[in-house]
Design a protein around this ligand. Structure first.
Ligand code: IFM
Length: 461
């Protein structure tokens, strides 16, 4: 497909602070919940931590030069909250701000537009010590943080995202315990989900108040593309429940200023939703400029537990089933049409709201050959197929404004540690050497052709 991407469509790449920065004690930074969690024995595969990660904190100039070489128009990164507010959430740490300010200048100097995500999961540990996202006060603290970033970086940064994938923060962090802070408490997960949304709403207000005119404000979700494991009634029911807990929990407050009555009924034995106060839903549904959409794979769910299937976080009696081939190294089914369908469905959810694919990518076990080359054909194929899927959504009339590949660099993949490589740039974690993978070259061609042009052959896909 070619010629299907509108003129202003933007190509980029995404990362997150804890996954790449390292330098966890540099410049006055203090621990976040991910520092604590990754140092908890048994929490992370191989005992890995983000202590060093890609050492991007010290190597950002090299990384920005690579972005420019790829031809990226946009670079989405997140801010480490405890670099900027290391102690009490109020005294600003100039050294932390300087790092991001210099990064922004470096990007602009290379013609790459900086897109900031305020919260990509690394809550200050000092806030977790007071209840974290189960404490309503955390939402206000987030808004304070948003004001500071708007004031200090808003002069040069055109686009701000409040939260990345609040489903993961709420449900992987508080229900399944796979992510920091590692709780297994369904009630806490719903409380956290609401306070994250409240943080978003207060954050939107703070950003609008502190930013110059013309800046974009958004949130990034990872809506679940859910399919029942079979046509059986009980699996259909499982899919409906997973949709409530995976999607409606965020979409209804954000886009319809209401709680889903079906969700409230389905969770009646877990929570009474008393943490939702008057005025909250109005704040949460504050207008945004675009919706960030992250997509990797569909979710197949059923009522019966299956071998290698995990319980669906947040609700009892629903199980995620293992995926069928083709799969990535994460065991995630490759299904590009899931992205097309998701974008179409979201365009009906909130007609007129533009979207940006803020993350999409794949992990494969790369090898570096004797010449230092990484032939990651599967990743290139995944990339092409998903770019095509975005083109199909645009052709169907969806207003998609950009595509950001996950990820720029191989990095710390949360509970999976360094075992999973998502980068289009290979990182040797022993030497920190960066090498452009074949998929990186393929992406550079896609960017140069503004889509899948004739100079981006399908190779062996
Ligand atoms: O690495 C993560 C990222 O931090 C959030 N979205 C999904 C990616 C792959 O798991």
């Amino acid at each position: 497909m070619t010629g299907l991407f509108p003129e202003g469509f933007r190509w980029g790449a995404a990362t997150a602070a804890y996954q790449i920065e390292g330098a966890v004690a540099a410049g006055g930074r203090t621990p976040s919940i991910w520092d604590t969690f990754s140092h908890t024995p048994g929490a992370i595969l191989g005992g890995d931590t983000g202590d060093v990660a890609c050492d991007h904190y010290h190597r950002y100039r090299e990384d920005v030069a690579l972005m420019a070489k790829l031809g990226l128009a946009d670079y989405r990164f997140s801010i480490s909250w405890t670099r900027v507010l290391p102690v009490d959430g109020r005294s600003v740490n100039q050294a932390g701000l300087d790092f991001y300010s210099e990064l922004v200048d470096e990007l602009l100097g290379h013609g790459v537009r900086p897109l900031i995500t305020l919260y990509h999961w690394d809550l200050p540990q000092y806030l977790q010590d007071r209840g974290g996202w189960t404490n309503r006060e955390t939402a206000q603290r987030f808004a304070d943080f948003a004001s500071i970033i708007a004031e200090r970086l808003g002069d040069r940064v055109p686009s701000f995202t409040t939260l990345n994938e609040p489903w993961c923060s709420a449900f992987l962090g508080h229900a399944s315990g796979e992510h920091a802070p590692g709780l297994r408490d369904n009630a806490a997960a719903f409380t956290a989900a609401h306070h994250l949304l409240l943080a978003h709403g207060l954050g939107v207000q703070a950003l609008r108040a502190g930013l110059p005119a013309g800046r974009d404000v958004s949130i990034t979700l990872n809506p679940a593309v859910i399919r029942p494991a079979s046509a059986a009634q009980q699996d259909q029911e499982a899919a409906e429940l997973a949709d409530l807990v995976g999607n409606r929990v965020f979409l209804d407050p954000l886009f319809h200023a209401r709680l889903s009555p079906e969700l409230v009924a389905a969770t009646a034995s877990v929570t009474d939703w008393a943490f939702v106060r008057e005025g909250d839903l109005g704040l949460i549904s504050s207008p945004i400029d675009f919706l960030g959409v992250n997509y990797y794979t569909p979710a197949i769910v059923g009522r019966a537990p299956v071998e290698q299937g995990n319980p669906w976080p947040g609700i009892d009696g629903v199980f995620a089933h293992p995926h069928t081939d083709p799969q990535t190294a994460m065991g995630w089914q490759v299904e590009p049409e899931g992205l097309t369908n998701l974008l179409i469905a979201l365009s009906h959810e909130r007609p007129g709201l533009p979207m940006v694919v803020t993350e999409n990518g794949s992990a494969y076990p790369d090898t570096v050959d004797a010449h230092g080359q990484i032939f990651d054909g599967e990743r290139s194929c995944y990339l092409r197929a998903h770019v095509d899927a975005v083109a199909a959504a645009i052709q169907a009339g969806v207003d998609v404004r950009g595509y950001l590949v996950w990820s720029l660099l191989d990095n710390f993949e949360w509970a999976w540690g360094y075992s999973q490589r998502f980068g289009i740039i290979h990182v040797d974690f022993a030497t920190q050497e960066r090498r452009l993978k074949e998929s990186g070259k393929a992406y550079a061609q896609i960017i140069a052709a503004h889509g899948l042009g004739s100079d981006t052959p399908d190779s062996s896909c």
